[in-house]
Ligand binder design. Structure first.
Ligand code: ADP
Ligand code: MG
Length: 456
C-alpha cells in the first residue's frame, strides 16, 4: 500500500555506530550476553550513560522511548554487584508490566552472571513473591506500592541498596507516585548511587534529581526520535461509524503480523475485541480491569507469537514491550501528542521497522495537526482503495441537518445584527433586493418551524 519511509537514515540516529560495548568497559559475561541477544552497537543513551554509571556517578538521563534505557542502567548494575550484594539494587517502575519486562531484560543481560532478579508488583499474590525475596536476590524491580508494602513487612530492606533507579520517572509522576518515590528514596540512608531515566524531563523531575542525586550528571539525548524515524506513519480519514469496518478491512487485507490496536476507553477495548472475534479475527483485550493472571496469559501468548491482534487501552499498554509488533493502529486518535508517540513506540523497537495507522474522524483534524506539531512529525494521509464507506446513520443525518439549520439561522441573525437598521435610504441594498426593499424581519415560520433563531 505504501512505502516504508526513513528506514535507512535511522541507524545513526539510534546507535553509536562507531562504538562497541567492549569500549564501554563492560565485563566478558555481559559482553557474551549482549552478543547472544544480538545487540551490535550501543544506542546513544547507552554509550553515554554506561561509562558514567560504571564510574559511580548519579545520573538523570533523558531519551525517548525505545532507545534502550533498560540496558543503559541495567548493565552497569549487573557489572557492579556481586553475589554478596543481597538487595543491592532497587529499580522502581510505574506499572507492573514494565516491572516484569525490565526484570526479564535484566535476567537476559545477566544470564552469565549469578545475580538474581526478582520483580515485585501488585496484582500478584504476596505469597508468590515472598519466597523469592527470602532467597536474597541482588536486584529487585518493582512498583512503588508493593515495594513499600514488603519494606514495611521487613522483607525488603533498603539499607543494602547500592543502586536505586527510577525508570520512566515522567510516568511515575503522572500516575501520582510522588510521595511514594520520596518515601522510598528518602528511606535509604547509606551511601548509594541513584539513576533516574525518563522519556521527558519536566521541572519536577529536575527538583527530584536536585534533592536525591549527588552531583548528578544530566544527560539529554535530543537525537531524533527512534520511534519517529523508524515508523511508517499514516492516517485514514474515517467517519466514526466506519471505524470497525475499516479495521476489519485492514486486518484482513494487509495481514499485519502482530498488531496492537489502541482505544481510549476500556469499554471500547471490550466492544471492539468482541466485534473482531465475531468477525473471526483472533483478538484479545488488555486493560487495567483484567486480573493479573489473565493479563499474564495474554502477554505470554503475545510473546510466543500465538496472538495476532491485541486491543489495548493506554494504561495497560504502558511499558508493554514485545519485540515483534509490526503494526500499531490508533483506533482512537489520542489528544495528547506524547501518548501518540508513546503508542507508536510499541512498534519499531530498537532499529526494526514498524507501521502505525491512525484513524482520524473529520472532526479530529485539529487534533491530528496538534500531534504533528508537537511531535514534530508529518503523518501522511492514506486511502484504502477497496474500502467503501458505509451510509451515514440516520441519527447522525438528523443531527447534521439540525446543525446546518442552526448554522444557517446563526448566519441570518448575525447579518441582521451587523446591518444598520434599514431606516435610512443608504441601507437599501439595490443589488440584492430588486426595487431596493430590504426585508426587516424574518418570515414568521420557515422550514416547518424547526428553525430556531436568536431573536431580540
Ligand atoms: P526504553 O526503555 O528506552 O524505552 P528499552 O530498554 O525498553 O527502551 O529497549 C527497547 C528494545 O531495544 C528492547 O527490546 C531491547 O532489548 C532492545 N535493545 C536495547 N539496546 C539495544 C541495542 N544496543 N541493540 C539492539 N537492541 C537493543
Ligand atoms: Mg524503558
Amino acid at each position: 500500500m505504501t512505502q516504508p519511509v526513513g528506514a535507512d537514515q535511522s541507524a545513526n540516529e539510534i546507535f553509536e555506530t562507531d562504538q562497541t560495548f567492549e569500549q564501554l568497559g563492560l565485563s566478558p559475561p555481559l559482553l557474551r550476553a549482549i552478543e547472544e541477544m544480538g545487540f551490535e552497537h550501543p544506542t546513544h543513551v547507552q554509550a553515554q550513560l554506561i561509562p558514567l554509571a560504571l564510574k559511580g556517578r548519579d545520573i538523570l538521563g533523558q531519551s525517548k522511548t525505545g532507545t534502550g534505557k533498560t540496558a543503559a542502567f541495567g548493565l552497569p548494575i549487573l557489572q557492579s554487584l556481586t553475589e554478596e550484594d543481597a538487595f543491592g539494587a532497587l529499580i522502581l517502575c510505574p506499572v507492573r508490566e514494565l516491572a516484569i519486562q525490565v526484570a526479564h531484560e535484566l535476567r537476559n543481560l545477566g544470564r552469565h552472571t549469578n545475580l538474581k532478579v526478582v520483580p515485585v508488583y501488585g496484582g500478584q499474590r504476596m505469597t508468590v513473591q515472598i519466597p523469592k525475596l527470602k532467597k536474597n536476590p541482588q536486584i529487585i524491580v518493582g512498583t512503588p506500592g508493593r515495594v513499600m508494602d514488603f519494606h514495611r513487612r521487613g522483607i525488603l530492606p533498603y539499607d543494602q541498596v547500592k543502586f536505586a533507579v527510577l525508570d520512566e520517572v515522567d510516568r511515575m509522576l503522572d500516575i501520582g507516585f510522588r510521595d511514594d518515590i520520596r518515601r522510598i528514596l528518602g528511606g535509604m540512608r547509606q551511601k548509594h548511587h541513584t539513576i533516574l531515566v525518563s522519556a521527558t524531563i519536566m521541572p519536577e523531575i529536575e527538583r527530584l534529581a536536585g534533592q536525591y542525586l549527588d552531583k548528578p550528571e544530566f544527560l539529554t539525548l535530543e537525537a531524533s526520535s527512534l520511534t519517529v524515524s523508524q515508523v511508517e506513519q499514516h492516517y485514514f480519514s474515517i467517519e466514526r461509524w466506519d471505524k470497525n469496518r475499516l479495521l476489519v478491512h485492514l486486518l484482513k487485507h494487509e495481514e499485519p503480523e502482530l498488531t496492537l490496536v489502541f482505544c481510549r476507553t476500556k469499554q471500547t477495548v471490550d466492544a471492539l475485541t468482541d466485534f473482531l472475534n465475531r468477525k473471526k479475527i483472533e483478538a484479545h483485550a488488555i486493560h487495567g480491569d483484567l486480573h493479573q493472571g489473565k493479563r499474564n496469559r495474554v502477554m505470554a501468548k503475545l510473546r510466543s507469537g500465538e496472538l495476532s491482534v491485541l486491543v489495548a487501552s493506554d494504561l495497560a499498554a504502558r511499558g508493554l514491550d514485545v519485540d515483534d509488533i509490526s503494526h500499531v493502529i490508533n483506533y482512537d486518535l489520542p489528544e495528547d501528542p506524547e501518548i501518540y508517540v508513546h503508542r507508536i513506540g510499541r512498534t519499531a523497537r530498537a532499529g526494526r521497522k514498524g507501521v502505525a495507522w491512525t484513524f482520524v474522524t473529520p472532526e479530529q483534524g485539529h487534533l491530528l495537526t496538534n500531534v504533528e506539531k508537537v511531535a514534530n512529525i508529518q503523518i501522511d494521509r492514506s486511502d484504502y482503495e477497496d474500502f467503501e464507506p458505509g451510509p451515514v446513520p440516520q441519527a447522525v443525518r438528523i443531527e447534521r441537518e439540525r446543525a446546518s439549520e442552526r448554522e444557517a439561522a446563526a448566519r441570518v441573525t448575525q447579518s441582521r445584527e451587523t446591518t444598520a437598521p434599514p431606516t435610512t435610504k443608504e441601507s437599501k441594498d439595490d443589488d440584492r433586493f430588486p426595487g431596493g426593499i430590504v426585508p426587516t424581519s424574518m418570515p414568521s415560520k420557515r422550514m416547518g418551524g424547526r428553525l430556531r433563531t436568536r431573536r431580540r
